[in-house]
Design a protein. Structure first.
Lengths: 278, 314
Protein backbone atom coordinates (compact mmCIF):
# COMPACT_ATOMS: atom_id res chain seq x y z
CA UNK A 1 0.00 0.00 0.00
CA UNK A 2 2.68 2.39 1.10
CA UNK A 3 4.68 1.31 -1.91
CA UNK A 4 1.82 1.88 -4.33
CA UNK A 5 1.28 5.32 -2.85
CA UNK A 6 4.91 6.22 -3.36
CA UNK A 7 4.72 4.99 -6.95
CA UNK A 8 1.72 7.20 -7.60
CA UNK A 9 3.38 10.22 -6.01
CA UNK A 10 6.43 9.61 -8.18
CA UNK A 11 4.41 9.50 -11.36
CA UNK A 12 2.29 12.51 -10.50
CA UNK A 13 5.35 14.64 -9.74
CA UNK A 14 7.23 13.38 -12.80
CA UNK A 15 4.26 13.89 -15.07
CA UNK A 16 3.79 17.48 -13.90
CA UNK A 17 7.46 18.18 -14.64
CA UNK A 18 7.36 16.41 -18.01
CA UNK A 19 4.30 18.42 -19.01
CA UNK A 20 6.02 21.64 -17.90
CA UNK A 21 8.91 20.82 -20.24
CA UNK A 22 6.78 19.80 -23.19
CA UNK A 23 4.11 22.47 -22.79
CA UNK A 24 5.93 25.41 -24.48
CA UNK A 25 6.60 23.25 -27.55
CA UNK A 26 3.02 22.05 -27.78
CA UNK A 27 1.69 25.53 -27.11
CA UNK A 28 3.62 26.95 -30.08
CA UNK A 29 2.25 24.16 -32.28
CA UNK A 30 -1.29 24.75 -31.05
CA UNK A 31 -1.09 28.51 -31.59
CA UNK A 32 0.36 28.13 -35.05
CA UNK A 33 -2.78 26.23 -36.04
CA UNK A 34 -5.20 28.92 -34.87
CA UNK A 35 -6.68 31.42 -37.29
CA UNK A 36 -4.74 34.68 -37.62
CA UNK A 37 -7.28 36.57 -35.56
CA UNK A 38 -7.37 33.99 -32.81
CA UNK A 39 -3.59 33.71 -32.64
CA UNK A 40 -3.34 37.47 -32.10
CA UNK A 41 -6.27 37.71 -29.72
CA UNK A 42 -5.83 38.85 -26.15
CA UNK A 43 -6.17 37.20 -23.79
CA UNK A 44 -5.23 34.04 -25.70
CA UNK A 45 -7.65 31.13 -26.05
CA UNK A 46 -6.49 27.79 -24.63
CA UNK A 47 -7.67 25.65 -27.52
CA UNK A 48 -8.09 26.66 -31.16
CA UNK A 49 -11.76 27.23 -32.05
CA UNK A 50 -11.00 26.07 -35.55
CA UNK A 51 -7.85 24.73 -37.16
CA UNK A 52 -6.24 26.77 -39.89
CA UNK A 53 -3.01 26.88 -41.87
CA UNK A 54 -3.35 30.62 -42.49
CA UNK A 55 -0.33 31.38 -40.28
CA UNK A 56 1.87 29.13 -42.39
CA UNK A 57 0.47 30.82 -45.49
CA UNK A 58 1.39 34.25 -44.21
CA UNK A 59 4.96 33.01 -43.67
CA UNK A 60 5.10 32.36 -47.38
CA UNK A 61 4.94 36.09 -48.01
CA UNK A 62 7.15 37.31 -45.15
CA UNK A 63 10.08 39.18 -46.73
CA UNK A 64 11.68 36.65 -49.10
CA UNK A 65 9.16 33.96 -48.19
CA UNK A 66 9.71 31.02 -45.89
CA UNK A 67 10.66 28.85 -48.88
CA UNK A 68 13.88 30.81 -49.34
CA UNK A 69 14.85 30.61 -45.66
CA UNK A 70 13.99 26.95 -45.46
CA UNK A 71 16.08 26.25 -48.55
CA UNK A 72 19.01 28.19 -47.10
CA UNK A 73 18.79 26.33 -43.80
CA UNK A 74 18.64 22.96 -45.57
CA UNK A 75 21.54 23.90 -47.84
CA UNK A 76 23.63 25.12 -44.92
CA UNK A 77 22.89 21.96 -42.93
CA UNK A 78 23.71 19.73 -45.93
CA UNK A 79 27.02 21.52 -46.54
CA UNK A 80 27.98 21.48 -42.85
CA UNK A 81 27.05 17.85 -42.31
CA UNK A 82 28.83 16.66 -45.48
CA UNK A 83 31.88 18.77 -44.73
CA UNK A 84 32.14 17.70 -41.08
CA UNK A 85 31.67 14.03 -41.88
CA UNK A 86 34.27 14.01 -44.68
CA UNK A 87 36.89 16.00 -42.80
CA UNK A 88 36.37 14.11 -39.53
CA UNK A 89 36.35 10.64 -41.11
CA UNK A 90 39.54 11.29 -43.08
CA UNK A 91 41.19 13.15 -40.24
CA UNK A 92 40.17 10.62 -37.60
CA UNK A 93 41.46 7.81 -39.79
CA UNK A 94 44.74 9.60 -40.45
CA UNK A 95 45.28 10.22 -36.73
CA UNK A 96 44.35 6.66 -35.77
CA UNK A 97 46.32 4.75 -38.40
CA UNK A 98 49.37 6.70 -39.51
CA UNK A 99 52.49 8.19 -38.03
CA UNK A 100 53.77 11.43 -39.48
CA UNK A 101 55.62 14.48 -38.31
CA UNK A 102 53.57 17.07 -36.46
CA UNK A 103 50.78 14.61 -35.68
CA UNK A 104 50.59 15.40 -31.97
CA UNK A 105 50.84 19.12 -32.62
CA UNK A 106 48.03 19.10 -35.18
CA UNK A 107 45.81 16.93 -32.99
CA UNK A 108 46.43 19.15 -29.97
CA UNK A 109 45.74 22.32 -31.94
CA UNK A 110 42.49 20.85 -33.24
CA UNK A 111 41.34 20.10 -29.69
CA UNK A 112 42.48 23.63 -28.78
CA UNK A 113 39.54 25.00 -30.79
CA UNK A 114 37.41 23.96 -27.81
CA UNK A 115 39.35 26.27 -25.54
CA UNK A 116 38.67 29.33 -27.64
CA UNK A 117 35.22 30.76 -27.16
CA UNK A 118 33.60 30.75 -30.47
CA UNK A 119 32.05 34.20 -30.26
CA UNK A 120 35.48 35.79 -29.87
CA UNK A 121 36.95 34.68 -33.17
CA UNK A 122 33.91 35.39 -35.32
CA UNK A 123 35.19 38.92 -35.77
CA UNK A 124 38.52 38.02 -37.45
CA UNK A 125 36.81 35.14 -39.26
CA UNK A 126 34.61 37.75 -40.88
CA UNK A 127 37.76 39.38 -42.25
CA UNK A 128 39.33 36.08 -43.34
CA UNK A 129 36.17 35.07 -45.19
CA UNK A 130 36.20 38.49 -46.85
CA UNK A 131 39.69 37.80 -48.22
CA UNK A 132 38.58 34.39 -49.46
CA UNK A 133 35.58 35.96 -51.19
CA UNK A 134 33.28 33.92 -48.94
CA UNK A 135 31.58 36.70 -47.03
CA UNK A 136 27.81 36.60 -47.30
CA UNK A 137 28.01 33.04 -48.59
CA UNK A 138 26.50 29.87 -47.19
CA UNK A 139 29.65 27.99 -48.20
CA UNK A 140 31.83 30.28 -46.10
CA UNK A 141 29.42 29.95 -43.19
CA UNK A 142 29.43 26.14 -43.55
CA UNK A 143 33.25 26.11 -43.47
CA UNK A 144 33.22 28.04 -40.21
CA UNK A 145 30.66 25.68 -38.69
CA UNK A 146 32.70 22.66 -39.84
CA UNK A 147 35.74 24.13 -38.11
CA UNK A 148 33.83 24.34 -34.83
CA UNK A 149 32.76 20.69 -35.20
CA UNK A 150 36.35 19.48 -35.61
CA UNK A 151 37.48 19.02 -31.99
CA UNK A 152 34.56 16.79 -31.11
CA UNK A 153 34.33 15.06 -34.50
CA UNK A 154 38.04 14.30 -34.95
CA UNK A 155 38.33 13.07 -31.38
CA UNK A 156 35.30 10.81 -31.77
CA UNK A 157 36.35 9.41 -35.16
CA UNK A 158 39.93 8.80 -34.04
CA UNK A 159 38.65 6.82 -31.04
CA UNK A 160 36.24 4.90 -33.27
CA UNK A 161 38.94 3.93 -35.77
CA UNK A 162 41.35 2.97 -33.02
CA UNK A 163 38.78 0.50 -31.74
CA UNK A 164 38.69 -1.27 -35.13
CA UNK A 165 41.19 -4.16 -35.25
CA UNK A 166 44.04 -3.31 -37.58
CA UNK A 167 44.12 -6.85 -38.94
CA UNK A 168 40.81 -6.29 -40.73
CA UNK A 169 42.39 -3.61 -42.88
CA UNK A 170 45.69 -5.40 -43.26
CA UNK A 171 43.82 -8.24 -44.92
CA UNK A 172 42.24 -5.87 -47.41
CA UNK A 173 45.61 -4.24 -48.08
CA UNK A 174 47.16 -7.64 -48.75
CA UNK A 175 44.34 -8.30 -51.19
CA UNK A 176 45.52 -5.24 -53.09
CA UNK A 177 43.19 -2.52 -51.80
CA UNK A 178 44.51 1.01 -51.37
CA UNK A 179 44.45 2.74 -47.97
CA UNK A 180 41.41 4.60 -49.14
CA UNK A 181 39.77 1.38 -50.31
CA UNK A 182 40.51 -0.31 -46.97
CA UNK A 183 38.94 2.65 -45.17
CA UNK A 184 35.90 2.70 -47.39
CA UNK A 185 35.11 -0.99 -47.61
CA UNK A 186 36.25 -2.25 -44.26
CA UNK A 187 36.53 0.15 -41.37
CA UNK A 188 33.90 2.69 -42.37
CA UNK A 189 31.13 0.14 -41.90
CA UNK A 190 32.27 -0.59 -38.39
CA UNK A 191 32.58 3.05 -37.34
CA UNK A 192 29.22 3.98 -38.85
CA UNK A 193 27.65 4.79 -35.45
CA UNK A 194 30.41 7.36 -34.89
CA UNK A 195 29.76 8.85 -38.32
CA UNK A 196 26.05 9.17 -37.54
CA UNK A 197 26.89 10.91 -34.27
CA UNK A 198 29.14 13.44 -36.03
CA UNK A 199 26.44 14.03 -38.64
CA UNK A 200 23.76 14.46 -35.97
CA UNK A 201 25.76 16.96 -33.93
CA UNK A 202 26.70 19.03 -36.97
CA UNK A 203 23.12 19.01 -38.22
CA UNK A 204 21.77 20.32 -34.92
CA UNK A 205 24.47 23.00 -34.70
CA UNK A 206 24.08 24.27 -38.23
CA UNK A 207 20.30 24.22 -38.17
CA UNK A 208 20.14 26.16 -34.89
CA UNK A 209 23.11 28.51 -35.23
CA UNK A 210 22.13 32.14 -34.91
CA UNK A 211 25.11 34.40 -34.20
CA UNK A 212 27.33 33.24 -37.08
CA UNK A 213 24.69 33.67 -39.81
CA UNK A 214 23.73 37.00 -38.27
CA UNK A 215 27.30 38.23 -38.69
CA UNK A 216 28.37 36.54 -41.92
CA UNK A 217 25.25 36.92 -44.03
CA UNK A 218 24.12 40.41 -44.94
CA UNK A 219 21.75 39.70 -47.77
CA UNK A 220 18.13 38.89 -46.91
CA UNK A 221 17.95 36.21 -49.61
CA UNK A 222 20.72 34.25 -47.82
CA UNK A 223 19.21 34.28 -44.32
CA UNK A 224 18.50 31.04 -42.50
CA UNK A 225 15.40 30.18 -40.43
CA UNK A 226 16.69 31.38 -37.01
CA UNK A 227 17.64 34.77 -38.49
CA UNK A 228 14.23 35.03 -40.14
CA UNK A 229 12.47 34.24 -36.85
CA UNK A 230 14.22 36.97 -34.92
CA UNK A 231 13.55 39.34 -37.82
CA UNK A 232 9.81 38.69 -37.57
CA UNK A 233 10.08 39.45 -33.85
CA UNK A 234 11.86 42.74 -34.58
CA UNK A 235 9.74 43.79 -37.54
CA UNK A 236 8.77 46.88 -35.63
CA UNK A 237 7.48 48.87 -38.61
CA UNK A 238 4.27 46.91 -38.47
CA UNK A 239 2.53 45.07 -35.68
CA UNK A 240 4.11 41.70 -34.93
CA UNK A 241 2.07 38.81 -36.24
CA UNK A 242 2.17 36.31 -33.38
CA UNK A 243 0.51 33.60 -35.44
CA UNK A 244 3.15 33.78 -38.16
CA UNK A 245 5.91 33.98 -35.56
CA UNK A 246 4.76 30.77 -33.90
CA UNK A 247 4.30 29.02 -37.23
CA UNK A 248 7.89 30.01 -38.03
CA UNK A 249 9.03 28.59 -34.70
CA UNK A 250 7.35 25.29 -35.46
CA UNK A 251 9.05 25.11 -38.88
CA UNK A 252 12.40 25.85 -37.23
CA UNK A 253 11.99 23.37 -34.38
CA UNK A 254 10.25 20.32 -35.85
CA UNK A 255 13.17 19.03 -37.97
CA UNK A 256 15.50 19.04 -34.93
CA UNK A 257 12.98 17.27 -32.76
CA UNK A 258 12.28 14.59 -35.37
CA UNK A 259 15.94 14.01 -36.20
CA UNK A 260 16.78 13.76 -32.52
CA UNK A 261 13.94 11.35 -31.74
CA UNK A 262 14.99 9.13 -34.65
CA UNK A 263 18.70 9.11 -33.78
CA UNK A 264 18.51 9.45 -29.99
CA UNK A 265 20.78 6.51 -29.20
CA UNK A 266 23.60 7.93 -31.33
CA UNK A 267 23.37 11.18 -29.43
CA UNK A 268 23.95 9.56 -26.07
CA UNK A 269 26.63 7.15 -27.32
CA UNK A 270 28.37 10.11 -28.97
CA UNK A 271 28.35 11.97 -25.68
CA UNK A 272 29.76 8.97 -23.86
CA UNK A 273 32.62 8.24 -26.26
CA UNK A 274 33.31 11.74 -27.49
CA UNK A 275 32.64 14.31 -24.88
CA UNK A 276 32.95 12.47 -21.61
CA UNK A 277 36.10 10.51 -22.15
CA UNK A 278 38.13 13.70 -22.57
CA UNK B 1 37.83 -11.74 -44.23
CA UNK B 2 36.35 -12.47 -40.84
CA UNK B 3 38.20 -15.80 -40.92
CA UNK B 4 41.46 -13.91 -41.19
CA UNK B 5 40.55 -11.83 -38.17
CA UNK B 6 39.70 -14.76 -36.00
CA UNK B 7 42.96 -16.40 -36.86
CA UNK B 8 44.93 -13.25 -36.25
CA UNK B 9 43.12 -12.89 -32.97
CA UNK B 10 43.93 -16.43 -31.92
CA UNK B 11 47.62 -15.96 -32.65
CA UNK B 12 47.70 -12.56 -31.02
CA UNK B 13 49.95 -13.37 -28.05
CA UNK B 14 52.56 -15.02 -30.26
CA UNK B 15 52.27 -12.42 -32.99
CA UNK B 16 52.87 -9.43 -30.71
CA UNK B 17 56.19 -8.66 -32.38
CA UNK B 18 54.71 -9.23 -35.81
CA UNK B 19 51.89 -6.81 -35.22
CA UNK B 20 54.36 -4.21 -34.15
CA UNK B 21 56.15 -4.67 -37.43
CA UNK B 22 52.88 -4.40 -39.27
CA UNK B 23 52.13 -1.17 -37.47
CA UNK B 24 55.43 -0.04 -38.94
CA UNK B 25 54.16 -0.84 -42.41
CA UNK B 26 51.47 1.84 -42.18
CA UNK B 27 53.83 4.22 -40.46
CA UNK B 28 56.22 3.85 -43.36
CA UNK B 29 53.76 5.59 -45.60
CA UNK B 30 53.62 8.90 -43.76
CA UNK B 31 52.59 10.71 -46.93
CA UNK B 32 49.27 8.84 -47.02
CA UNK B 33 48.65 9.84 -43.42
CA UNK B 34 49.37 13.46 -44.22
CA UNK B 35 46.89 13.32 -47.10
CA UNK B 36 44.17 12.04 -44.77
CA UNK B 37 44.68 14.83 -42.25
CA UNK B 38 45.32 17.54 -44.88
CA UNK B 39 41.72 18.87 -44.87
CA UNK B 40 41.82 19.12 -41.07
CA UNK B 41 45.17 20.92 -41.21
CA UNK B 42 43.97 23.41 -43.85
CA UNK B 43 40.81 24.27 -41.92
CA UNK B 44 42.56 24.50 -38.55
CA UNK B 45 45.26 26.75 -39.99
CA UNK B 46 43.05 28.94 -42.17
CA UNK B 47 39.96 29.30 -40.03
CA UNK B 48 41.39 28.98 -36.53
CA UNK B 49 45.07 29.90 -36.22
CA UNK B 50 45.06 32.73 -38.77
CA UNK B 51 41.92 34.37 -37.31
CA UNK B 52 43.38 34.00 -33.82
CA UNK B 53 46.51 35.85 -34.94
CA UNK B 54 44.42 38.51 -36.70
CA UNK B 55 42.35 38.97 -33.54
CA UNK B 56 45.40 39.73 -31.46
CA UNK B 57 46.76 42.02 -34.21
CA UNK B 58 43.43 43.86 -34.50
CA UNK B 59 43.34 44.50 -30.78
CA UNK B 60 46.38 46.79 -31.15
CA UNK B 61 44.88 48.74 -34.05
CA UNK B 62 42.33 51.44 -34.58
CA UNK B 63 40.19 49.46 -37.00
CA UNK B 64 37.13 51.15 -38.49
CA UNK B 65 34.80 49.09 -40.67
CA UNK B 66 35.68 51.22 -43.71
CA UNK B 67 39.00 52.95 -44.25
CA UNK B 68 42.43 51.69 -43.36
CA UNK B 69 43.41 50.51 -39.89
CA UNK B 70 46.17 52.30 -37.99
CA UNK B 71 48.27 51.05 -35.12
CA UNK B 72 47.39 52.55 -31.75
CA UNK B 73 49.35 50.45 -29.28
CA UNK B 74 47.47 49.46 -26.17
CA UNK B 75 44.88 52.23 -26.50
CA UNK B 76 42.05 49.75 -27.06
CA UNK B 77 42.88 47.99 -23.82
CA UNK B 78 43.07 51.33 -22.03
CA UNK B 79 39.61 52.19 -23.38
CA UNK B 80 38.28 48.97 -21.88
CA UNK B 81 39.38 49.92 -18.40
CA UNK B 82 37.19 53.02 -18.61
CA UNK B 83 34.35 51.56 -20.63
CA UNK B 84 31.50 51.51 -18.14
CA UNK B 85 29.28 49.46 -20.45
CA UNK B 86 31.95 46.75 -20.76
CA UNK B 87 32.66 46.75 -17.02
CA UNK B 88 28.94 46.60 -16.30
CA UNK B 89 28.65 43.73 -18.76
CA UNK B 90 31.39 41.81 -16.93
CA UNK B 91 29.63 42.24 -13.58
CA UNK B 92 26.29 41.22 -15.01
CA UNK B 93 27.73 38.23 -16.88
CA UNK B 94 29.41 36.95 -13.71
CA UNK B 95 26.17 37.34 -11.75
CA UNK B 96 24.21 35.60 -14.49
CA UNK B 97 26.79 32.78 -14.65
CA UNK B 98 26.68 32.19 -10.91
CA UNK B 99 22.88 32.12 -10.75
CA UNK B 100 22.47 29.95 -13.84
CA UNK B 101 25.05 27.39 -12.76
CA UNK B 102 23.58 26.96 -9.29
CA UNK B 103 19.96 26.81 -10.44
CA UNK B 104 20.77 24.43 -13.30
CA UNK B 105 22.50 21.98 -10.96
CA UNK B 106 19.79 22.14 -8.31
CA UNK B 107 17.04 21.35 -10.80
CA UNK B 108 19.14 18.82 -12.68
CA UNK B 109 19.58 16.71 -9.52
CA UNK B 110 15.82 16.43 -9.05
CA UNK B 111 15.33 15.47 -12.68
CA UNK B 112 18.17 12.93 -12.56
CA UNK B 113 16.51 11.22 -9.61
CA UNK B 114 13.37 10.84 -11.73
CA UNK B 115 15.18 9.80 -14.91
CA UNK B 116 17.33 7.24 -13.12
CA UNK B 117 14.36 5.51 -11.53
CA UNK B 118 13.69 1.89 -12.46
CA UNK B 119 9.98 2.64 -12.57
CA UNK B 120 8.14 2.44 -15.85
CA UNK B 121 7.89 5.70 -17.75
CA UNK B 122 11.25 7.11 -16.67
CA UNK B 123 12.46 6.89 -20.28
CA UNK B 124 9.56 9.06 -21.35
CA UNK B 125 10.28 11.61 -18.61
CA UNK B 126 13.95 11.70 -19.58
CA UNK B 127 13.07 12.39 -23.22
CA UNK B 128 10.63 15.12 -22.19
CA UNK B 129 13.33 16.87 -20.13
CA UNK B 130 15.84 16.61 -22.96
CA UNK B 131 13.77 17.67 -25.97
CA UNK B 132 14.07 21.45 -25.37
CA UNK B 133 17.84 21.06 -25.65
CA UNK B 134 17.72 20.18 -29.34
CA UNK B 135 15.67 23.29 -30.13
CA UNK B 136 17.80 26.24 -31.21
CA UNK B 137 18.46 28.99 -28.67
CA UNK B 138 17.17 31.65 -31.07
CA UNK B 139 13.90 29.78 -31.65
CA UNK B 140 13.52 29.00 -27.94
CA UNK B 141 14.18 32.63 -26.98
CA UNK B 142 11.62 33.84 -29.51
CA UNK B 143 9.17 31.37 -28.07
CA UNK B 144 9.81 32.61 -24.54
CA UNK B 145 9.38 36.18 -25.72
CA UNK B 146 5.91 35.32 -27.03
CA UNK B 147 5.00 33.32 -23.92
CA UNK B 148 5.96 36.05 -21.42
CA UNK B 149 4.18 38.79 -23.37
CA UNK B 150 1.88 40.82 -21.11
CA UNK B 151 -0.73 41.07 -23.87
CA UNK B 152 -1.10 37.53 -25.13
CA UNK B 153 1.52 35.46 -23.35
CA UNK B 154 0.45 32.14 -21.97
CA UNK B 155 2.45 32.49 -18.75
CA UNK B 156 0.45 35.51 -17.66
CA UNK B 157 -2.72 33.82 -18.81
CA UNK B 158 -1.91 30.73 -16.75
CA UNK B 159 -0.99 32.67 -13.61
CA UNK B 160 -4.17 34.71 -13.92
CA UNK B 161 -6.36 31.65 -14.41
CA UNK B 162 -4.77 30.11 -11.34
CA UNK B 163 -5.60 33.28 -9.43
CA UNK B 164 -1.96 33.92 -8.51
CA UNK B 165 -1.89 37.36 -10.14
CA UNK B 166 -4.63 39.81 -11.03
CA UNK B 167 -2.81 42.00 -13.54
CA UNK B 168 -0.52 40.72 -16.31
CA UNK B 169 3.14 40.96 -15.25
CA UNK B 170 5.71 42.63 -17.50
CA UNK B 171 8.25 39.85 -17.34
CA UNK B 172 10.94 41.90 -19.10
CA UNK B 173 10.21 45.30 -17.60
CA UNK B 174 12.65 45.55 -14.72
CA UNK B 175 16.27 44.34 -14.55
CA UNK B 176 15.38 41.74 -11.93
CA UNK B 177 12.40 40.35 -13.80
CA UNK B 178 14.30 40.31 -17.09
CA UNK B 179 17.11 38.30 -15.51
CA UNK B 180 14.60 35.95 -13.90
CA UNK B 181 12.88 35.39 -17.25
CA UNK B 182 16.14 34.61 -19.03
CA UNK B 183 17.13 32.16 -16.27
CA UNK B 184 13.79 30.32 -16.61
CA UNK B 185 14.38 30.03 -20.34
CA UNK B 186 17.93 28.77 -19.86
CA UNK B 187 16.84 26.19 -17.29
CA UNK B 188 14.07 24.94 -19.55
CA UNK B 189 16.38 24.75 -22.56
CA UNK B 190 19.63 23.45 -21.07
CA UNK B 191 18.84 21.39 -17.98
CA UNK B 192 18.10 18.29 -20.08
CA UNK B 193 21.69 18.20 -21.25
CA UNK B 194 22.93 18.24 -17.67
CA UNK B 195 20.50 15.45 -16.83
CA UNK B 196 21.73 13.20 -19.66
CA UNK B 197 25.38 13.75 -18.79
CA UNK B 198 24.77 13.18 -15.07
CA UNK B 199 22.85 10.01 -15.89
CA UNK B 200 25.80 8.68 -17.85
CA UNK B 201 27.96 9.47 -14.83
CA UNK B 202 25.60 7.89 -12.29
CA UNK B 203 25.21 4.74 -14.37
CA UNK B 204 28.96 4.32 -14.74
CA UNK B 205 29.33 3.86 -10.97
CA UNK B 206 29.64 0.08 -10.40
CA UNK B 207 26.50 -1.39 -8.83
CA UNK B 208 28.59 -3.67 -6.56
CA UNK B 209 29.63 -0.63 -4.54
CA UNK B 210 26.01 -0.01 -3.60
CA UNK B 211 25.45 -3.70 -2.89
CA UNK B 212 28.46 -3.82 -0.59
CA UNK B 213 27.36 -0.67 1.22
CA UNK B 214 23.87 -2.06 1.69
CA UNK B 215 25.32 -5.27 3.13
CA UNK B 216 27.39 -3.15 5.51
CA UNK B 217 24.19 -1.41 6.59
CA UNK B 218 24.76 2.03 5.04
CA UNK B 219 21.66 4.24 4.85
CA UNK B 220 20.57 5.67 1.49
CA UNK B 221 21.85 9.06 2.59
CA UNK B 222 25.24 7.57 3.42
CA UNK B 223 25.33 5.79 0.07
CA UNK B 224 24.66 9.12 -1.65
CA UNK B 225 27.36 10.85 0.38
CA UNK B 226 30.10 8.22 0.17
CA UNK B 227 29.49 6.53 -3.20
CA UNK B 228 27.41 8.66 -5.57
CA UNK B 229 28.94 12.07 -4.90
CA UNK B 230 32.63 10.97 -5.08
CA UNK B 231 31.87 8.82 -8.15
CA UNK B 232 30.26 11.78 -9.88
CA UNK B 233 33.07 14.23 -9.19
CA UNK B 234 34.63 14.18 -12.68
CA UNK B 235 31.20 14.53 -14.28
CA UNK B 236 30.29 17.42 -12.00
CA UNK B 237 33.58 19.14 -12.79
CA UNK B 238 33.01 18.73 -16.52
CA UNK B 239 29.47 20.08 -16.28
CA UNK B 240 30.65 23.03 -14.24
CA UNK B 241 33.20 23.89 -16.94
CA UNK B 242 30.58 23.60 -19.67
CA UNK B 243 27.95 25.55 -17.76
CA UNK B 244 30.30 28.33 -16.72
CA UNK B 245 31.82 28.66 -20.19
CA UNK B 246 28.42 28.60 -21.85
CA UNK B 247 27.00 31.24 -19.49
CA UNK B 248 29.99 33.54 -19.83
CA UNK B 249 29.45 33.45 -23.60
CA UNK B 250 25.67 33.95 -23.49
CA UNK B 251 24.37 35.88 -26.45
CA UNK B 252 21.28 34.58 -28.31
CA UNK B 253 18.88 34.55 -25.38
CA UNK B 254 19.76 38.13 -24.36
CA UNK B 255 19.86 39.44 -27.92
CA UNK B 256 16.38 38.11 -28.60
CA UNK B 257 14.66 38.50 -25.23
CA UNK B 258 16.04 41.69 -23.70
CA UNK B 259 18.44 43.23 -26.23
CA UNK B 260 20.51 44.04 -23.15
CA UNK B 261 17.74 46.12 -21.59
CA UNK B 262 16.09 47.57 -19.69
CA UNK B 263 18.76 50.31 -19.54
CA UNK B 264 21.66 48.00 -20.41
CA UNK B 265 20.99 46.12 -17.18
CA UNK B 266 21.16 42.71 -18.90
CA UNK B 267 24.10 43.47 -21.20
CA UNK B 268 26.38 40.43 -21.44
CA UNK B 269 30.03 40.54 -22.49
CA UNK B 270 29.41 38.94 -25.88
CA UNK B 271 26.43 41.20 -26.51
CA UNK B 272 28.57 44.26 -25.68
CA UNK B 273 31.26 42.90 -27.99
CA UNK B 274 28.74 42.39 -30.78
CA UNK B 275 27.36 45.91 -30.36
CA UNK B 276 30.80 47.44 -30.38
CA UNK B 277 31.79 45.61 -33.56
CA UNK B 278 28.61 45.66 -35.59
CA UNK B 279 26.69 48.67 -34.28
CA UNK B 280 29.45 51.12 -33.40
CA UNK B 281 31.88 49.57 -35.92
CA UNK B 282 34.83 49.91 -33.54
CA UNK B 283 36.45 46.65 -34.50
CA UNK B 284 39.72 47.32 -32.68
CA UNK B 285 37.98 47.88 -29.36
CA UNK B 286 35.82 44.82 -29.95
CA UNK B 287 38.94 42.75 -30.68
CA UNK B 288 40.52 43.89 -27.42
CA UNK B 289 37.36 42.83 -25.58
CA UNK B 290 37.52 39.46 -27.33
CA UNK B 291 41.16 38.98 -26.34
CA UNK B 292 40.37 39.75 -22.69
CA UNK B 293 37.46 37.30 -22.77
CA UNK B 294 39.63 34.70 -24.50
CA UNK B 295 42.44 34.93 -21.97
CA UNK B 296 39.97 34.78 -19.07
CA UNK B 297 38.36 31.64 -20.46
CA UNK B 298 41.65 29.91 -21.24
CA UNK B 299 42.86 30.57 -17.69
CA UNK B 300 39.57 29.29 -16.34
CA UNK B 301 39.70 26.14 -18.49
CA UNK B 302 43.30 25.39 -17.58
CA UNK B 303 42.55 25.77 -13.86
CA UNK B 304 39.46 23.56 -14.20
CA UNK B 305 41.35 20.88 -16.13
CA UNK B 306 44.09 20.88 -13.49
CA UNK B 307 41.51 20.29 -10.78
CA UNK B 308 39.90 17.58 -12.88
CA UNK B 309 43.18 15.78 -13.38
CA UNK B 310 44.08 15.99 -9.72
CA UNK B 311 40.72 14.50 -8.81
CA UNK B 312 41.32 11.62 -11.16
CA UNK B 313 44.68 10.85 -9.58
CA UNK B 314 43.20 10.70 -6.09
Amino acid sequence: MNRALRGTAFHVASMVLAIAFLFPLLWALLNSLKTRAEANQQPPSWFPHSLSVANYRSLATFDQGIGTYLRNSVLLAALTVTGSVLVCVFGGYGFARFAFRGKTLLFGTTLGILMVPYATILLPLYIVLGHLGLQNSLIGLALVLVMFQLPFGIYLMRNSFEAVPRELEEAALVDGASSFGALRHVSLRIVLPGVVTVALFSFLTSWNEYLAPLIFLNDGSKYTLPVMLVNIRYSSYNIIDFGALQAGMVVAMVPCLLVYLALQRFYVSGLVTGALRG
Amino acid sequence: MSVTTTRAGAQAPAAQAGSRRRRGSTARRPLTGVLFVAPTAVIVAGLFLVPLAILVYMSFMDWPLLGSPTANGIDNYRHLAHDSQFLGAITFTLLYTAITTVVLFAIAFVLVAISNSRRRGSRFYRTAFFLPYVVGTAAASTMWWVDVSDRLGVFNQGLQSAGLIHQPVGFLDTPGKALFTVVTLVVWKFVGFQVIVLLVGVQSIPGELYEAARVDGASSLQRLRYITVPGLKPTLALLTVLSVTGSLLAFDQFYVLTHGGPDNSTMTVVLALYNKAFQSFRLGDAAAEAVVLLVALIVLNVVQLRLLRRDRED
